[in-house]
Design a protein around this ligand. Structure first.
Ligand SMILES: CC(C)(COP(=O)(O)OP(=O)(O)OC[C@H]1O[C@@H](n2cnc3c(N)ncnc32)[C@H](O)[C@@H]1OP(=O)(O)O)[C@@H](O)C(=O)NCCC(=O)NCCSC(=O)CC(=O)O
Length: 380
């Protein structure tokens, strides 16, 4: 990959990679643990509840979770402590500075698979973006740690656009290709969402799961024969408090608030549903037309995986009819919401069967609000 005359300035997706933790938690297991916690809490506080000083907690239900979200199970990095009513959070030993961090470790696994599938040597990659919503530490960047582990000579940095981190990362990588600043860029989304999820919150304890994805964005001139042309990308943000996490260094400035529930994920799920569906559907239709594509002609939509009902409505508005599972595949049922990785998992698992010339859309949406659209066409 030394002949610069081969470069075209046209970005493509050469391959993707996926790391899936082996542990899973079914809704049944999750609800059983949650309800044990509720019963204990209510028993321990019976007198205070009776006196009206403490509110009784309500139990969760498998039927509600499945009906409201479409989620049936999730993969996690540490099942035991999450299901232990005394803990209800992930737990693992703190690692020394000489060991690979958790985020880098799973990011590297996904990245190696993408490189292998593209037939690309890591030494030929120019940049690493660690694009994810739940960073393990502020510095040094996980991207640089991943870069070192893979033996990449170039640059790397972390970027966080919540659920839209991966699509914002793809556009950033595509811009490096377009400008000639890089020929091959890894966009890696390690999402250990179990760390920011409040497993004791009935409204959201079922929402998230852990995973890592990688997308190799390259110049068309050096890409493998089978790849995906990036036809166009569009990013959008609109401020909203409806999905929020107040965790940060400045928590130290107001110690009374440290450790409170708002330092984990909180959302107004219904408002998110109502506001994000029209915003995203309109963005997709408008941008498809701007790129000269017929939205109804999109062969497949790889949508952010937060809620099955949201995806049903968005797909219907874009395609003009109720989408089949083939047109808008779901991975939410077994992975739950994996934040920025969701649409990439859907693409990774459900794109090999498409034909040369087929067009599709990778689309994210979530906190910020943020939304990202990546229109692609298969070349084989
Ligand atoms: C969160 C939801 C699944 C909730 O579904 P609903 O809106 O139907 O439910 P609701 O909250 O109004 O509650 C309806 C009724 O169910 C009850 N209820 C709530 N939780 C329950 C539980 N665990 N078990 C049993 N019942 C429950 C409520 O008390 C209420 O009862 P009653 O009716 O008696 O009052 C959904 O709104 C949703 O998924 N919205 C989209 C969320 C989303 O996309 N979020 C983005 C995530 S951020 C993201 O993706 C990552 C990122 O950006 O980083």
């Amino acid at each position: 990959m030394t002949q610069s005359e081969k470069l075209t300035g046209r970005p493509v997706i050469s391959a993707t990679g996926l790391f899936t933790p082996s542990d899973t938690i079914t809704n049944e297991e999750l609800v059983e643990s949650f309800n044990r916690y509720v019963e204990r809490h209510n028993a321990d506080n019976a007198a205070a509840i009776e006196a009206g000083d403490v509110e009784a907690l309500q139990t969760s239900s498998v039927e509600f979770i499945e009906k409201a979200s479409g989620i049936k199970a999730r993969h996690v990095m540490a099942k035991g402590p999450i299901l232990n009513p005394e803990i209800m959070a992930p737990r693992w030993p703190e690692r020394s500075n000489e060991e690979l961090s958790m985020l880098a470790e799973i990011g590297v696994k996904a990245a190696r698979q993408a490189l292998e599938r593209a037939g690309r040597d890591a030494a030929e990659v120019d940049a690493v973006l660690c694009a994810a919503s739940n960073m393990e530490r502020p510095y040094p960047a996980m991207a640089i740690e991943i870069q070192q582990e893979l033996g990449i000579d170039g640059f790397g940095f972390d970027m966080n656009v919540a659920c839209s981190s991966a699509t914002f990362g793809i556009q950033t990588a595509a811009d490096y290709i377009r400008s000639g600043n890089a020929r091959s860029v890894l966009v890696i989304s390690p999402e250990i969402t179990s760390g920011h999820l409040n497993w004791r919150d009935r409204d959201s304890h079922f929402i998230f799961g852990d995973v890592a994805t990688a997308v190799l964005v390259e110049d068309a001139g050096i890409a493998p024969a089978t790849h995906w042309d990036i036809l166009g990308t569009k990013l959008k943000t609109v401020f909203s408090n409806n999905i929020r996490n107040n965790f940060g260094f400045l928590n130290r400035a107001s110690p009374a608030g440290e450790g409170k529930a708002d330092k984990l994920f909180v959302q107004e799920g219904r408002k998110v549903f109502k506001e994000v569906v029209p915003m995203v559907a309109e963005m997709i239709v408008t941008e498809a037309e701007n790129f000269g594509l017929d939205p109804q002609g999109l062969r497949r939509l790889w949508l952010h995986q937060a809620n099955a009902g949201m995806n049903r409505l968005i797909a219907q508005r874009v395609l003009g009819h109720e989408a089949t599972a083939d047109e808008s595949p779901t991975v939410l049922d077994t992975y739950a919401n994996t934040s920025s990785a969701g649409s990439i998992i859907a693409f990774h698992k459900h794109s090999d069967d498409l034909e040369a010339g087929d067009t599709g859309l990778i689309c994210s949406f979530g906190a910020g609000y943020s939304a990202g659209a990546v229109f692609v066409r298969k070349v084989a």
